[in-house]
Design a protein around this ligand. Structure first.
Ligand code: AMP
Length: 401
């Protein structure tokens, strides 16, 4: 992938419009997880060090084009200051006089956060006039919001056509990690896909079986594949109406030389609750009142064996109901194995999307993966093989530069 980065574009003394994803979780007025803020820090540090004036654009929630107090970003500067270790000013609008005035007060290396870009309807409509109003504020557009790159909005896509642009450090890391996993990976490649349902990940599965050597299935979605093959799954979560889709994916896998790995045993319960009495049941032997909540020990061993022979692994979705102990065992065991292989430099491991980050953090090894993406929808759309508009614009503009 070819795109400009902070190493190839001149930012010194310039006013930089930095698109960041600061859509952080908030409870009772407090930010409960600062991961998204922390991940932008390398970009902030580098821009500040180079003496750029940093103007941060971000969205928060879904105000649908109206300035609504509950979606204001005005609460965020103190949190950013704490996490970034630098003062952060705030402008009460992301375009026009309030923004212009606040920018004219900035000195080299200063940071300004603009009010929620989604307070203007032109943002989500990718309205060229709104993009022009944003572009008027700065000299260079730096996009560090991979997690918003699947949306063609003014601050993620439109702006790239109006100013010289580059990927920020986080965007650069995401794109390099994703390319190393699917575009030019070291083979063999295994994809581990878990989670509840196949209906939400049909596109992902269809793309992965075309690009990987193994598709390891766990979680609720494995049941749908097992059911489609005529394997009894008892009372397990299953999308029976998706059996045909599951078989279609299995056929595509066969045509493309991808081996689908299904559980050979599962942990079965009669009550869906934490610490419910449970037993290991071989595939096909589930009783009618039992449901599978995790992969069993033989399956864990089989998956570990496959991973030993792989050079790249891509992971989305937990292998069991990881929120209820001890049914996080399968996910934890496989996560630990991936972490060990990564640490010994035999495996490149990329994970992301939805509950995956929480599941791997619960396993206590997230830091040992090669790369964990914090992007949800964008990561999944990329796994589907879709072009992300925000990324496409960066690449296209790099060609023009
Ligand atoms: P997803 O967002 O599709 O990745 O799904 C994640 C959810 O799948 C988690 O909340 C898990 O509890 C759930 N899950 C994983 N395995 C199972 C299973 N065997 N039965 C029911 N739910 C599951």
């Amino acid at each position: 992938m070819n795109f400009q980065t902070l190493d190839t574009i001149d930012v010194s003394g310039k006013t930089i419009l930095l698109r960041a994803d600061l859509n952080v979780p908030v409870k009772d007025g407090n930010v409960t997880d600062t991961t998204r803020i922390d991940r932008v820090k390398p970009t902030i540090d580098m821009l500040a060090q180079k003496g750029a004036k940093i103007v941060v654009m971000a969205h928060f929630g879904r105000p649908k084009g109206e300035a609504k107090a509950e979606f204001s970003l005005s609460f965020l500067p103190p949190v950013l200051e704490k996490q970034w270790g630098k003062p952060v000013a705030f402008a009460s609008d992301c375009i026009g006089d309030p923004a212009q005035q606040a920018i004219s007060d900035l000195k080299d290396g200063d940071i300004l956060l603009l009010e929620n870009v989604r307070f203007h309807g032109g943002e989500e409509k990718n309205d060229p006039a709104f993009a022009k109003d944003l572009a008027a504020l700065g000299d260079v557009f730096v996009n560090d919001a991979f997690s918003a790159a699947h949306r063609a909005h003014a601050s993620t896509e439109g702006l790239a056509h109006l100013l010289p642009c580059a990927a920020g450090r986080l965007m650069e890391a995401e794109l390099n990690a994703l390319a190393s996993a699917l575009e030019n990976p070291q083979k063999p490649v295994a994809a581990i896909v878990g989670g509840a349902k196949i209906s939400t990940k049909l596109g992902v599965l269809d793309n992965l079986v075309r690009k990987t050597d193994y598709l390891v299935l766990g979680g609720g979605m494995a049941n749908t594949f097992m059911h489609a093959r005529g394997i009894n799954i008892g009372n397990s979560l299953c999308e029976k109406d998706m059996a045909e889709d599951a078989n279609k994916i299995a056929k595509t896998a066969e045509e493309n030389g991808c081996k689908i790995i299904l559980p050979v045993d599962q942990i079965a319960v009669r009550e869906f609750k934490e610490n419910a009495p449970h037993e290991t049941v071989k595939a096909g032997n589930m009783k009618e009142d039992q449901e599978g909540v995790d992969v069993g020990p033989e399956t864990i061993t089989a998956i570990k064996d496959i991973l030993q022979g792989c050079k790249t692994v891509l992971w989305n979705g937990p292998l069991g109901v990881f929120e209820m102990k001890p049914f996080d065992t399968g996910t934890n065991e496989i996560a630990k194995a991936v972490a060990e292989l990564t640490k010994s430099d035999t495996l490149v491991s990329i994970a992301g999307g939805g509950d995956t980050v929480a599941a791997l953090e619960n396993a206590g090894i997230a830091k040992d993966f090669t790369y964990i993406s914090t992007a949800g929808g964008a990561f999944l759309e990329w796994l589907e093989g879709k072009t992300l508009p925000g990324v496409a614009a960066l690449i296209e503009r790099s060609k023009a530069a």
